[in-house]
Design a protein. Structure first.
Length: 97
């Protein structure tokens, strides 16, 4: 193994670990089809969620999941999402203007 191979391998691992924490906006887009029915393709409809910080977004989603925040439509929307899905969606909507 030469030094270039080592460099490629280590930077690959680094990027993967970043992804696991931060959420992947492209993956979030793929998971947002259902959300877009109410929030719109641009995240600006009823109520707007585009441009929310990832922390606020994740907090809101967790509140619907735990029932701390009660709203029938959203509770149904978050029911089947895991933490990675929520992180991906958060990254996607936070990146919208
Ligand atoms: C059937 C319509 C509907 C669908 C589908 C839906 N939402 Fe919502 N969403 C709403 C409504 C209505 C609210 C406001 C609820 C409230 O007052 O708590 C809301 C609120 C939110 C909030 C909190 C906004 C804030 O400012 O606190 C977030 C974040 C959110 N939705 C994300 C999503 C995501 C992500 C999806 C897809 C997984 C999704 N929603 C699917 C209707 C929907």
């Amino acid at each position: 193994m030469n030094w270039k191979t080592v460099l490629v391998l280590t930077s690959g691992c680094f990027l993967m670990s970043l992804n696991a924490q931060a959420g992947d906006a492209a993956a979030g887009k793929a998971k947002s089809e259902n959300c877009a029915q109410c929030h719109g393709d641009t995240g600006k409809d009823d109520p707007p969620i585009a441009g929310k910080t990832e922390a606020d977004f994740i907090k809101a989603m967790k509140e619907y999941q735990t029932g701390t925040r009660n709203h029938k439509k959203m509770i149904k929307a978050v029911k089947d999402l895991n933490d990675a899905d929520i992180a991906d969606l958060a990254a996607y909507y936070a990146g919208m203007k």
